[in-house]
Design a protein around this ligand. Structure first.
Ligand SMILES: [Zn+2]
Ligand SMILES: [Zn+2]
Length: 631
């Protein structure tokens, strides 16, 4: 409780010192009398969401300026996107006009305070109506889309909050186009158009789909209702029934680990976008948004959807409720800084894959192949020795799909907390299972954390039950559950960049990690996958043959030893040479053709495999089965 009181008065920090002082003095004690949002979309083809906010003011605020603020980012995606850039036509009027009423309301002065904040002077009026429009044409868990087919929004990029009044209860009314139906994770009845939320944070945690043609399948597990809402923008090939059946298997596997969730209903909002570029998965308290770029009929799309389902549903516990201290409530004037994303996201990645195995959708071999490929990715990456899991978490605003106008060297210096955290989670799980001879596991640690910090902790903010944890808390609880100190583990592998103790971990369950050196000579060139037709250099490794030869990112490779190369024959062309060979390479840079010589380096990439140990004991085999099945 104490920890958040300081943060809550700092929400207005970006605005002005004067404002912060006034916040301290009254905003906490005096909530607004009401805040009502109305969302309409009268011209879907314009991609413009129309928002109005009706606020009723207590007497002592009638002559104070009120500030309306668009978040800089949205929970679950840590890059700063500055949603205010898509706001237009902000205006303020005195009074509130009843729906479909005709009122002559006097306008009130609006001052743009900074990039995300609008200030309105009520000039004695007891209520205000704010209106603005938001452009949205991205189908994504972070952004919003309005077009002739549907409206799909993430509240964080649509709804402003009243500065200092995020904890206040809010109402929302949606006015859909004729024939369009609304659905989200907080439906109390079909056809519902009005909602009440305990606070703004919960309102924006409720992504919503509005369209004429979405469909819904339902199932129940532990007397909780689950809805699978699908908006298919392409052919399903008759695969829907199997998809819903497999989602139910995942729900059963994950609730078997955690116990029944605390909600009564949960909604999977799934889009098959058929646009070959929109793809996302975003967790929420009682729903998730999953967007697949393909169509369900296509090979592999169902598999990828289930992979995302297993990950996002695990977030019901890990991150949405059991959360690092910094993750809710949030300060939306600056990016979130947490050391814990390797647990929040990385462990969710690990369990997402493990749960596909426990649900029976993957077999043991597929799970182990997946983990081995994650090990290959991490262990071959240069950033793995430069950036720890904790620093990676703190760098999330730079890494989490962040756009960079300025070139960066992040590809050579960073590591993603998703795969790194996944491997830390797997190794930690196996060390606990092995050293306790199967008496404890990471499953037990996660359950204990959930109980202590979510279910049984006193609430320390208006936002949500319980309180967030610090990494030290996780380390202490994990050590307690395991029965041995994990201080060194956290120091070396989470805060440090040491190689994980794979041999000990896999040994406990009768497995071993093997690695083989690839035969490809080392060049240090990574291709740019955003350039599908041309052979463009996307990244150059530091201290590599490509760097020595003067090649640069953005160079288009034309030929190798006078032989034209394309994306298709690039690798096979290189295979004709051996380490130490000096090959002439011709690239196009700007308007010039540049000739250079590339001296191929010795192979340095390893392929990792997880294999059965031939001499595995019965005890190790039993631990392996317990790991795979969660029993
Ligand atoms: Zn839709
Ligand atoms: Zn996630």
């Amino acid at each position: 409780m104490k920890a958040y009181s300081r943060r809550s008065v700092l929400w207005g920090a970006a605005v002005s010192v004067l404002f912060v002082l006034s916040e301290v003095s009254f905003a906490q004690q005096t909530p607004l009398r009401s805040i009502t949002y109305r969302l309409s979309m009268s011209r879907p083809v314009s991609h413009l969401f129309e928002v109005s906010m009706e606020v009723e003011l207590p007497d002592d605020l009638k002559n104070q300026s009120l500030e309306f603020q668009m978040p800089k980012w949205s929970p679950g995606r840590y890059a700063v996107f500055d949603f205010a850039k898509n706001v237009q036509e902000f205006s303020a009027a005195a009074g509130i006009c009843p729906p479909r009423g005709r009122c002559d309301m006097a306008m009130r002065p609006v001052t743009r305070v900074d990039d995300q904040t609008w200030s309105v002077a009520p000039l004695g009026s007891p209520s205000l109506t704010i209106t603005y429009k938001v452009f949205g044409n991205d189908l994504s868990g972070t952004f919003s889309q309005l077009d002739s087919r549907h409206a799909n929004y993430n509240g964080g990029c649509i709804f402003m909050y009243v500065v200092g009044h995020k904890p206040d209860p809010v109402k929302l009314t949606i006015d859909p186009p004729n024939g369009w139906r609304i659905v989200n994770g907080r439906m109390e009845r079909p056809g519902q158009q009005e909602w009440q939320f305990p606070n703004w944070d919960i309102m924006i945690d409720t992504p919503t789909e509005i369209a004429p043609d979405w469909t819904q399948d339902d199932f129940q597990v532990d007397s909780k209702k689950y809805h699978v809402v699908v908006h298919s923008l392409g052919d399903e090939g008759g695969k829907r029934a199997n998809l819903v059946r497999d989602i139910e298997k995942i729900v059963r596997a994950e609730t078997a680990m955690w116990g029944p969730p605390e909600f009564d209903e949960y909604t999977f909002l799934i889009h098959f976008a058929a646009d070959d570029h929109s793809g996302d998965g975003m967790e929420h308290l009682t729903s998730t948004q999953i967007i697949e770029p393909g169509v369900l009929a296509e090979q592999g799309v169902s598999d990828r959807t289930l992979d995302t389902v297993a990950h996002e549903f695990f977030h019901v516990w890990n991150v949405k409720r059991l959360r690092p201290f910094e993750l809710g409530p949030w300060d939306f004037t600056r990016p979130a800084n947490t050391r814990g994303l390797w647990i929040a996201e990385g462990f969710t990645n690990y369990y997402g894959h493990l749960m596909l195995r426990r649900a029976g959708l993957w077999d043991n071999a597929r799970f182990l192949r997946r983990e081995a490929s994650t090990i290959s990715g991490i262990e071959n990456s240069r950033g793995n020795r430069l950036m720890s899991a904790e620093v990676s978490s703190l760098s999330a605003p730079f890494l989490d799909d962040a756009p960079h106008a300025q070139q960066t060297n992040l590809e050579n210096t960073s590591i993603s907390y998703y795969p790194k955290g996944e491997l830390i989670g797997m190794v930690l799980d196996l060390l606990i299972r092995g050293r306790t001879k199967g008496k404890a596991s990471l499953d037990d640690v996660m359950r204990q954390m959930y109980e202590e910090f979510y279910l049984k902790s006193e609430n320390n903010s208006y936002y949500l039950r319980g309180r967030g944890y610090r990494i030290e808390d996780f380390q202490e609880v994990a050590s307690r559950v395991a029965g041995f100190s994990l201080d060194d583990f956290f120091r070396l592998y989470a805060r440090g960049v040491d190689a994980l103790p794979y041999d000990e971990a896999f040994g406990y369950v009768g497995l071993r990690l093997t690695r083989t050196l690839s035969r490809d000579p080392f060049t240090g060139i990574a291709l740019d996958f955003d350039s599908p037709t041309k052979l463009v250099i996307g990244n150059i490794r530091n201290n590599s043959p490509a760097e020595d030869s003067g090649l640069q990112r953005g160079d288009e490779i034309i030929s190798v030893a006078e032989r034209a190369v394309t994306r298709d024959n690039w690798l096979s062309t290189l295979e004709r040479y051996k380490p130490g060979d000096k090959i002439p390479i011709k690239v196009k840079r700007d308007r010039r053709i540049i000739q250079s010589n590339l001296v191929l380096g010795r192979p340095n990439r390893f392929e990792y495999r997880i294999e059965d140990k031939k001499d595995a004991t019965a005890e190790q085999k039993a631990l392996f089965v317990a790991w795979m099945t969660g029993t």
